[in-house]
Design a protein around this ligand. Structure first.
Ligand SMILES: [Zn+2]
Length: 106
């Protein structure tokens, strides 16, 4: 019984640290009202596109802390991508990001 309680507490801590906290930070910094399925990211070469960004779930990318290594559908290359604060993007960057959404897999 004591082992089960320890496992439950450990599982809850992992969920908070790996999923809840990063999602909260992402929503606070980058996604004001939109769903996490429409996060604007920029690749290392400066391309903007929209992607699904769910903390703790990434089947199409390699998580590198706050960034991810994934396929850029704009430049058609693999790159490190960073979520962008939506309120710091220009109109042209928002339009560019809205034009291309990568595959619908987190
Ligand atoms: Zn790119």
């Amino acid at each position: 019984m004591r082992l089960n309680l320890t496992l439950i507490i450990l599982f809850a801590a992992v969920v908070v640290l790996c999923i809840w906290l990063p999602t909260r930070v992402l929503r606070r910094r980058h996604v004001k009202a939109a769903a996490l399925s429409d996060v604007v990211v920029r690749c290392a070469q400066g391309h903007f596109f929209t992607t699904i960004w769910i903390a703790g779930a990434s089947f199409k990318s390699v998580r590198l802390g706050w960034r991810r290594y994934q396929y850029c559908p704009v430049g058609k290359h693999w790159s490190v991508v960073t979520p962008m604060p939506i309120d710091q993007l220009s109109d042209a960057e928002r339009i560019e990001a809205a034009r291309v959404h990568d595959i619908r897999i987190p």
